[in-house]
Design a protein around this ligand. Structure first.
Ligand SMILES: Nc1ncnc2c1ncn2[C@@H]1O[C@H](COP(=O)(O)OP(=O)(O)OP(=O)(O)O)[C@@H](O)[C@H]1O
Ligand SMILES: [Mg+2]
Length: 241
């Protein structure tokens, strides 16, 4: 857009994966924050517990992949059979985060009718945590994410596992997150302090509401420690919009 500086995209997590603080430092304050987020997600479902959740944000590099991987690990450690799916087909991170050498993933399943899901469900060093990398980047990511086959996959995965967490692209840059939000039980919006603009967050909420997505809450990430009385970088807050 005119008058706006385009920020350079941070590609560190695509190359090196995200930091799994819940695995590297299980007793840390940051891990405790992710466990609190897990508890809040659990308690925000009234009738039936959420079987599928999507993590998104308004813009890039707000911490979606970091939050998705750590929240997934937190649920797995609690004993829930959890799957983390890399549905950010343009900026995938999961293969790097979990050191998966194979290049196969979600897109192989979505483009090949005879592909067996089990071939792209990888176990991790965390007990009960499985991951599905994105696979080769296709020319038509949005089409694949919005496909009937993607819906079918979601159904099959939620039958097999206790919880499926989708790491999605940002709401404002492509339509994928909106498309995916329709078929999951709940959507969480990550908002990075100092990065996210109020208008952008509002616009994302409007876009998600427009397709009747169920927004279960927001997570403030990278909160300035000097502005709170805490001493942690992750701050989970859940509430109605
Ligand atoms: N609370 C935090 N404190 C410090 N660094 C952070 C924090 N959250 C995320 N980061 C860093 O910011 C960068 C972007 O994080 P991440 O990849 O999780 O974001 P993303 O929203 O998934 O990005 P993308 O839009 O590329 O998918 C990474 O280098 C990550 O390590
Ligand atoms: Mg990401």
């Amino acid at each position: 857009m005119f008058g706006k500086k385009k920020k350079k995209l941070d590609s560190n997590s695509m190359k090196n994966g995200v930091y799994l603080v819940t695995v590297a430092a299980p007793k840390s304050v940051d891990t405790e924050q992710f466990n609190t987020i897990r508890t809040n997600i659990t308690f925000s479902s009234v009738d039936e517990s959420f079987k599928s959740i999507m993590i998104t944000s308004s813009g890039a590099s707000e911490g979606k992949s970091t939050v998705a991987a750590n929240v997934a690990a937190s649920f797995a450690k609690q004993g829930k059979k959890t799957l983390l799916v890399d549905s950010d087909l343009r900026r995938p991170t999961i293969a790097s985060t979990f050191n998966i050498a194979s290049t196969q993933g979600l897109t192989n399943f979505l483009t090949d009718k005879n592909f067996d899901i089990n071939e792209v469900l990888y176990p991790t060093t965390v007990e009960n945590l499985y991951v599905m990398p994105a696979g080769p980047v296709p020319p038509n990511p949005s089409e694949l994410i919005g496909s009937k086959r993607m819906k079918m996959l979601k159904e099959a995965l939620t039958e097999k596992l206790d919880l499926v967490i989708f790491d999605a692209p940002p709401v404002l840059s492509v339509t994928d997150a909106q498309l995916l939000s329709v078929s999951v039980d709940g959507t969480i919006l990550v908002v990075r302090q100092g990065e996210a603009e109020k208008e952008a967050v509002k616009q994302s909420v409007d876009l998600l509401n427009h397709v009747n997505a169920k927004i279960i809450g927001t997570i403030m990430n990278d909160v300035d420690v000097t502005s709170t009385d805490g001493y942690y970088g992750y701050y989970g807050y859940y509430g109605k919009e």
